[in-house]
Design a protein around this ligand. Structure first.
Ligand code: HEM
Length: 229
């Protein structure tokens, strides 16, 4: 019965072809450092799912933001747990993504033909940082408020675009209701959409080009170059 259903679905969806292209394919000898990319992907999934549940109760207005977070933490079933996952997951994600970046750098995985994988990775790092920055304001407590006052003041020193970027980020000269809704929209709509675009490109390139083999020991490489092969 299960086989019948599977074959029916496979005829229409091509599950076996997908499996051959994505899962059951040959990869070079790897080590544990190579798991960091998938750890980053897993953290992104955790952040997306926990964020969706937080959005059910969170109210992005200066009058209600802090109270709604208090309500999530103290009243909602599993609320404290889901918020904790999203809160600590944010720091974890930055740490994992930076470790993944260092791994691919030290293994030389950014070189030809993976330059675009690296460039899409740099964009992903920017998106992750942006998510951290915009998410920080959402609890609307003293720490969040003043961190954002400082954070939105930083681009002001840029030549020409400085003053405009501060006003664009804040939605005015000072922090207020417009800043909060703006940061919320950027945090839960714009940056996740960008994330999906760059992640799609990143994953497509990984499947298309494959993973960089473990770097050879330098002396072995040197011997090979000397021997001319
Ligand atoms: C949200 C952030 C990111 C996610 C979810 C992600 C995910 C992945 C995954 C699943 C892989 C394949 C497995 C592996 O080799 O680890 C990978 C490979 C790669 N990533 Fe990322 N990545 C992210 C950020 C970055 C960043 C910041 C960079 C560099 C600036 C980067 C550059 C690369 C490169 C060059 C490869 C190819 C590695 C190889 O060929 O061995 N990625 N990424």
């Amino acid at each position: 019965m299960v086989g019948l259903v599977f074959n029916w679905l496979d005829d229409r969806l091509g599950i076996r072809d997908l499996d051959a292209a994505l899962v059951s394919r040959n990869v070079p000898k790897l080590n544990w450092w190579y798991t960091l990319g998938f750890a980053a992907l897993f953290t992104f999934i955790i952040m997306s799912v926990s964020g969706m549940f937080l959005a059910v109760y969170y109210a992005p207005t200066p009058d209600h933001a802090w109270m709604s977070i208090k309500f999530i933490t103290q009243q909602v079933t599993f609320g404290k747990w889901v918020r904790g996952l999203h809160h600590y997951g944010a720091s974890m994600m930055v740490i994992i993504v930076v470790m993944h970046m260092l791994q691919v750098f030290f293994y030389g995985a950014y070189k030809y033909p993976r330059e675009l994988t690296w460039i899409s990775g740099v964009a992903l790092l920017g998106v992750v940082m942006g998510l951290g920055f915009t998410g920080y304001l959402l609890p609307w407590d003293q720490k969040a408020y003043w961190a954002t006052v400082v954070g939105t003041q930083v681009p002001e020193v840029l030549p020409i675009v400085g003053p405009i970027s501060k006003v664009a980020l804040r939605g005015g000269e000072s922090l207020g209701a417009l800043t909060l809704t703006r940061f919320y929209a950027i945090h839960m709509l714009m940056l996740p959409a960008l994330m999906l675009v760059f992640l799609g490109l990143h994953m497509y390139l990984i499947v298309r080009i494959g993973i960089t083999p473990l770097p050879e020991k330098l002396d072995e490489a040197y011997d090979r170059v000397k021997a001319g092969n």
